[in-house]
Design a protein around this ligand. Structure first.
Ligand code: NCD
Length: 298
């Protein structure tokens, strides 16, 4: 599972259905021994922990892998690390890495790979948990209006969600500092000011400023407070949202920057629901990836 947009609509729907069943209490355990590891070359709280929990719920053997104490620090390449883990007996690796499409390197290695986030590229498990959260709320994607707000250019969540949401028939709107948009980012999307966007959409999806990906000329010269007032979801803007519209955010959240502190846990917020759904979405993804390699669950 490398890019959600490469999956057919049927396959996306099957993942959503499996995730929904897991969320309603369905249990499945791996038949026989399956060994998996989570390799996170970039920081993570939610994605790494929820893959870990999802793996344990499915009865998989989780082999700890600490990048900071591995031979990566002795100059071992990503290819050699994965080839080594395959030789030792691992069946699946979840990998997060700053290099876009890092997974292209592993074509010759017979191991299941799940993309835990590749640079500014894709974040498939976030896509599935976000789709799941939207579907729980609205029961459909066709005709739904989703506004993605903030550092769109540097966010793998924004880019991969926009692609898959459009594929499923939703209309995607963007907002945020214009310096973080280029033609490529908003293909088939519509740019609106934040004040117009909040009135228009069913979902306001906020993004953290991706400081770690900014070149010196991309750094925003605004204080957090000014950013919040110009581009953020303030308490006033929340009041202008449609009656049943919801707030989403992949987190980590910078309270008071892209979203007002008080709104993080407000009635419209589905932010912690997204995290809850993340475990079930990842169970569905793990099951699908392992079944494709011939493993079975009962
Ligand atoms: C996101 C990521 O890593 O792309 N986090 C996540 O997985 N929930 C978003 C971010 O870091 O801002």
């Amino acid at each position: 599972m490398l890019r959600t947009a490469d999956l057919s609509v049927e396959k996306i729907n099957k993942l959503l259905q499996d995730a929904d069943e897991f969320s309603k209490g369905k249990t499945l355990k791996a038949k026989g021994e399956i060994y998996v590891s989570n390799l996170f070359f970039e920081d993570s709280t939610r994605t790494k922990t929820s893959f870990d929990v999802a793996e344990r719920k499915l009865g998989l053997n989780v082999v700890p892998f600490d990048i900071s104490a591995s031979s990566v620090n002795k100059g071992e390449s990503l290819y050699d690390t994965v080839k080594t883990l395959k030789s030792i007996g691992l069946d699946l690796c979840v990998i997060r890495h700053k290099k876009e499409k890092f997974y292209d390197e592993f074509k010759g290695i017979d191991i299941a790979i799940i993309n835990g986030g590749d640079g500014t590229g894709n974040h498939p498990s976030q896509n599935i948990l976000d789709l799941m959260t939207i579907q729980q709320e609205f029961g459909k994607f066709k005709g739904l209006k989703v506004g993605i707000v903030g550092d769109v250019k540097h966010s793998r969540v924004a880019n991969s969600n926009a692609e898959v949401l459009r594929k499923l028939g939703a209309k995607v709107y963007f907002s945020g500092p214009e310096q973080w948009f280029d033609e490529g980012t908003i293909i088939n999307g519509t740019y609106l000011s934040i004040d117009d966007l909040v009135k228009e959409v069913d979902v306001v999806m906020l993004l953290r400023i991706q400081h770690e990906r900014h070149d010196s000329d991309e750094k925003l010269k605004l204080s957090s407070d000014k950013y919040h007032r110009q581009f953020g979801l303030t308490t006033e803007r929340e009041k202008a949202m449609k009656k049943d519209a919801i707030i989403m955010h992949p987190a980590p959240i910078n309270r008071g920057v892209e979203i007002a502190d008080e709104l993080v846990e407000c009635k419209r917020s589905r932010i912690f629901k997204q995290m809850e759904n993340g475990v079930f979405a990842r169970m569905a993804i793990l099951k699908t990836a392992l079944e494709a390699k011939g493993f079975e669950f009962e």
